[in-house]
Design a protein around this ligand. Structure first.
Ligand code: UTP
Length: 792
């Protein structure tokens, strides 16, 4: 099927039936069709089609028929490339041939017999290829469950009682826990046969007190003792596979050296054992690319998904920590259940396949604990305080991280905070509604936020040196923390950002929903049961997230925000930001403004506008900006953006360069004087555009660089400038150029730092601005990021 056949024209633009996405205009359609997702799905579809055409469906097999038997039999019709059998019942198989001719030959043979039985051989069914949206089913189930929950909640007397109800309704039942326990036992019995002295340890929601029905079963296969066993067994080997304690080293273990094998190699072995030896286990898959490689499986009878990891001792320990917190504070569980349910309903948490940009449940639980640590008085102690409450025998260091805390809740004093659940839940939303996520790092260890600037500059070597000097057995520093729009430090593994997978967009959604939650919790509908039988309390809070919001321009919002994204900045700029201390945001914002200016001026070749008033406004604002700039900051800016501007650029749009020609630069290395209160220079520009520089860019780019996959849009300043030049050269100019104003503003302090650019068309007689803006929504942030990376 050609791409066009997958595209349907709709009232709002286009719809790609293959990928299930709406596309607002022609240029986004063009981008989509050439994009990775669409291309991958097309490839998968054609591979599937080819597979179907090259294989046959065989049934009527004898139970003892093997793959080899089938290969032997069918090779008379053509080369057999694969045979897939259903493992449990062995009643059918799919036989793949190297050539379609093999299929034709099989199907033209009137009768097939194997081991005395007549086989049924059919062509494969031609299934229409469809992107399966697993979430859709989940969402529907979730909504059905919510509909059933609603009446019960409405009849409950108070929000506190509603929260208890939610917990009781969803928590793992005793039987479920027992079944999981039995499965763990079974796995333990099987694994010990192959990996002597190994241990299967459950962690995560099955055992951390926050588990819900059908949550995954997370397991850690601890092979440390097996490694010791293997090391001892080796020199003693007599050729009969017997170790010094008389136990037989199974053939699987003798195939692999655990001390040198990679995690993936070990997991491949674990997968083989699961497939071959554990009844009812199927869908066994090794996921090697994850942060922690894992074997995934499904248990048919228990309808349970499980994950086995082999390098996850810290998770077992942090599970103990969550258990301790639940034991210390009885309000924690109902709060976590309510927040998890809310987050699920609002599509803020839960990444179905493990990967994704939403919060995971562990992160969400940590956010609740951090919030409780910050109540006045505190509801839960900090991790450092817990460490101090532990006795000597409870000391625990894993992989160099200090994981010490008391083993029993009794060792932790009861909180004097008496807030009820209703007010604690409302407080959660207030706490995070205005939280400065990008500018701070949440530390449960210290029970406070740490300035992100502390994490910007230190190199790994410096950290290691410091750690050595301090001669501490446990790591004390946060090396290599992946900073991003949401920074949530693991309480023990201090180099791990538990929310490092979040994008600016998912961070924004989380915060927006917290703001909505805060607003709602102030209303009477939240606090008071309706006497008229209306929905109230948690019911409204849990209402699923509404329909997909309108596009910004449709909603009249012509703004583009560029979030502070540390990971995208070059090393040199990160160091400068680090030296800038509290003023790092301002410094970053100024860089962004230069980059924005660069995009319009150099890349998109926008011209000056004749609007004298706006140009003057701009000049005044820039003046205030340049006086508010710290001198060293200003010099920082000029040296990286110091290249000569294109002719006429100085007057284009009545703009001036933000840094001005300041000559009173302060000595190198000195921190800028800009403090939190310093005035932010917020330039604005008026630009004109006389060509449709947004239309057909992809095609021109492809022609220019020949290899269309070589560089994605917005990844190279040179190429993008050439693309514009080409359009300016070849395409007809607009009769009436578009003129628009761009105002910049730094939004930060109480919110995550971002540069907000507000657009206003001054002249748009041909109605083109909307399209231009759509293009800029994607192009501008990407290009700014590229400019920041390449020109610092
Ligand atoms: P999940 O986020 O899956 O949490 O992490 P969960 O409580 O098990 O919730 P479900 O399974 O989604 O219902 C599982 C465990 O993995 C460890 C923690 O021990 C967590 O309890 N984990 C997860 C980490 O140690 N670090 C992470 O960044 C994420």
């Amino acid at each position: 099927m050609e791409p066009e056949a997958d595209i349907k024209t709709t009232a709002k633009g286009f719809f790609c039936m293959l990928c299930n996405v709406n596309l607002p205009n022609q240029s986004s359609l063009e981008q989509h069709v050439l994009g990775r997702k669409h291309q991958t799905l097309r490839t998968v579809r054609s591979t599937r089609k080819k597979e179907e055409e090259h294989s046959v469906f065989v049934s009527g097999l004898k139970p003892d028929t093997t793959q080899l038997d089938l290969v032997e039999y069918f090779r008379q019709f053509g080369a057999v490339t694969d045979v897939i059998m259903d493992k449990d019942k062995g009643v059918f198989a799919i036989v793949h041939f190297g050539e379609e001719a093999g299929v034709e030959a099989v199907l033209s043979c009137p009768e097939h017999r194997l081991k005395g039985l007549k086989l049924r051989v059919k062509p494969r069914e031609k299934k229409e290829f469809k992107l399966i949206l697993k979430n859709k089913d989940n969402d529907q189930n979730l909504q059905r469950a919510f509909e059933r929950l609603k009446p019960d909640l409405c009849q409950t007397a108070s929000v506190d009682a509603q929260m208890q109800h939610v917990m009781e309704r969803f928590q793992l039942g005793d039987n479920e826990k027992k079944a999981r326990g039995l499965l763990v036992q079974l796995l333990q019995e099987v694994f010990i046969e192959f990996f002597p002295d190994s241990q299967v340890l459950p962690f995560g929601s099955s055992v951390n007190t926050f588990g819900v029905h059908s949550c995954d079963l997370d397991l850690f296969l601890d092979l440390d003792n097996t490694k010791i066993f293997q090391a001892h067994a080796k020199p003693e080997q007599t050729g009969e596979g017997t170790s010094d304690d008389g136990r037989s080293e199974d053939s699987i273990l003798s195939d692999i050296d655990l001390s040198s094998a990679s995690p993936t190699e070990v997991l491949e072995l674990v997968a083989v054992i699961l497939r071959r030896c554990v009844p009812s286990v199927h869908k066994v898959n090794v996921v090697a690319g994850a942060r922690l490689p894992v074997v995934k499986f499904h248990h048919r009878e228990l309808n349970l998904h499980g994950d086995i990891t082999i390098n996850n001792r810290l998770a077992v320990r942090n599970t103990r920590f969550l258990q301790l917190c639940s034991g210390v504070e009885v309000r924690l569980r109902p709060l976590v259940f309510a927040i998890r349910y809310w987050a699920k309903q609002k599509q803020l948490a839960g990444n179905p396949s493990g990967a994704g940009s939403l919060l995971n449940n562990y992160a969400l639980t940590l956010l609740v604990i951090f919030y409780l640590q910050n109540r006045q008085p505190a509801v839960l102690p900090t991790v450092e305080q817990l460490k101090a409450m532990a006795c000597e025998e409870e000391e625990c260091v894993i992989e160099g991280w200090n994981c010490t805390f008391p083993s029993q809740p009794i060792a932790v004093p009861t909180s004097t905070n008496t807030q009820n659940l209703c007010s604690l839940l409302a407080g959660f939303f207030t706490f995070y509604a205005q939280f400065d996520f990008a500018g701070s790092v949440i530390s449960l260890r210290e029970g406070r936020v740490l300035p992100v600037a502390d994490f910007l500059g230190q190199s790994k070597e410096e950290e290691e040196e410091e750690a050595m000097e301090e001669e501490q057995p446990a790591k004390a520093h946060q090396s290599g923390l992946k900073l991003g729009p949401f920074n949530l430090l693991d309480p023990f593994e201090l180099s791990h950002n538990v929310a490092g997978n979040l994008t600016e967009r998912s961070r924004r959604s989380f915060q927006r929903e917290c703001q909505e939650g805060e607003k709602y919790c102030r209303s009477l509908q939240y606090q008071r049961k309706s006497t008229k039988g209306k929905t109230w309390g948690l019911v409204r809070l849990f209402c699923p997230q509404g329909n997909v919001p309108q596009s910004k321009s449709e909603a009249g919002d012509l703004s583009i925000s560029i979030p502070f994204k540390l990971s995208a900045l070059p090393e040199e700029l990160r160091l400068r930001l680090h030296t800038a201390g509290d003023a790092f945001r301002q410094l970053w914002f100024q860089r962004v403004c230069f980059a924005v200016e660069g995009v319009f001026q150099r890349v998109l070749r926008c011209g000056s506008a004749p609007s004298a008033t706006t140009a003057e406004d701009s000049a005044v604002e820039m003046e205030s900006a340049s006086t508010s700039l710290n001198t060293s900051t200003a010099s920082d800016l000029t040296d990286s953006w110091g290249e000569p501007s294109p002719p006429g650029a100085a007057s284009a749009g009545g703009k001036r360069r933000l840094s001005s020609d300041s000559d009173d630069a302060s000595p190198h290395g000195k921190k800028p004087r800009l403090g939190r209160g310093a005035k932010t220079a917020s330039p604005h520009w008026v630009w004109t555009q006389s060509h449709k520089v947004w239309a057909g860019r992809r095609k021109v780019r492809r022609e220019l660089i020949k290899d269309r996959d070589a560089r994605p849009e917005g990844s190279c300043v040179e190429v993008e400038s050439q693309v514009t030049a080409h359009i300016l050269d070849k395409e007809e100019a607009l009769k009436d150029p578009v003129e628009f104003k761009v105002e910049s503003q730094m939004v930060g302090g109480t919110e995550s730092t971002k540069a907000l650019l507000k657009f206003k068309p001054n002249r748009d007689n041909e109605g083109l601005f909307q399209d231009f803006f759509h293009f800029l929504e994607v192009f501008l942030p990407k290009m700014v990021e590229t400019l920041l990376q390449t020109e610092g």
